[in-house]
Design a binder for this molecule. Structure first.
Ligand code: ADP
Length: 302
């Protein structure tokens, strides 16, 4: 059961929220959808869950076209929306019973107990949703998404606003669910995306700017380095490129630069000599290995 998106486009009045995007997500994998606010992540997820119709292109879930087989797709997909809409006055078990009824589940009572146990809500099952901490409310959100044992799970920002312990618990829960499922997961916390996802898609301004297996991206990282430099006076980009032609500018604003050195050479000494020769001064210079965070910065131009 995989997901395939071909040339998907969504326009809100005149603004293209997503513009001709194509990607695939595979079964048994967690695909991370990342990007700055407004990049189009939620729009993409809503289309995949048949909650929103696209204006162009096609989305397939398990081989079914989402726009042609809306009801079937909905029954195959579990969705945790970013806002995690729950009924605060309901009790946990009561709420899950209500969701199970919507899905017309057979053996509902057994399944509800199973899900409550698997997401770690056994002690909270008789509590009102409004009395739960954010971490437990997220578990209820995940429980309602998996109650019908969907083959596809779409989780929009499931860890936002959680403390580090809660993040770890939800991470373990998602990893436990990944077997035999196709999971798409969006998050702003890049470290978390790196620790949980098999594949990463970076969206920026409605376009896909990176799409690769995490292991491939990490292989790229292992080569390149990133140097951040602040000078007294600005220096031409060409001068940097004379030092090493594999330089790519992640940021160049006035006297502040973040450069990626594709060759992996530590060129700090050469930069120092060149700056001194130009009668300029280095205010600060720091080097680090390339990682997902600076890849994100370079492709989304933060
Ligand atoms: P993300 O989830 O990456 O933050 P969204 O998919 O929510 O991005 O939004 C993509 C773009 O579409 C944004 O510019 C947002 O303002 C716009 N947008 C989203 N929903 C609506 C809507 N219902 N009406 C108008 N514009 C919208």
């Amino acid at each position: 059961m995989s997901i395939k998106v071909e040339g998907l486009t969504k326009v809100y009045s005149t603004q293209k929220a997503i513009d001709n995007i194509s990607f695939e997500a595979m079964e048994g994998q967690i695909t991370g959808l990342v990007g700055p606010n407004g990049a189009g992540k939620s729009t993409t997820m809503k289309i995949l869950t048949a909650s929103l119709t696209a204006d162009g292109g096609e989305a397939y879930v398990g081989g079914l076209n989402v726009s042609d087989d809306e009801m079937k797709v909905k029954s195959m997909v579990g969705y945790l929306p970013e806002s995690n809409p729950l009924y605060p006055t309901m009790y946990v078990k009561e709420f899950l019973t209500f969701i199970a009824k919507i899905h017309k589940l057979k053996n509902a009572s057994q399944r509800i107990d199973e899900v409550i146990e698997s997401v770690g809500l056994t002690k909270e099952k008789h509590k009102k949703i409004s009395s739960l901490s954010k971490g437990y409310r997220q578990r209820v959100g995940i429980a309602q998404a998996i109650i019908h044992d969907p083959k596809v799970l779409i989780l929009d920002e499931p860890i936002s606003g959680l403390d580090p312990n809660q993040i770890q618990e939800i991470r373990q829960l998602i990893l436990k669910l990944k077997k035999n499922k196709t999971i798409i997961f969006s998050s702003h916390i890049l470290q978390e995306v790196e620790s949980i996802c098999d594949k990463i898609i970076i969206l920026n301004d409605g376009h896909i700017v990176a799409d690769d297996e995490l292991s491939h991206l990490q292989k790229d990282y292992s080569q390149a380095i990133v140097i951040e430099i602040e000078l007294l006076k600005s220096m031409s980009k060409n001068v940097f490129q004379d030092i090493d032609p594999t330089i790519n500018f992640v940021k160049s604003e006035g006297n502040h630069y973040i450069i990626e050195v594709g060759s992996g050479e530590d060129i700090r000494e050469a930069i120092f000599d060149r700056v001194v020769a130009d009668n300029n001064k280095i205010l600060s210079m720091a080097m680090q290995k390339k990682n997902l965070e600076n890849l994100f910065k370079s492709v989304t131009k933060v």
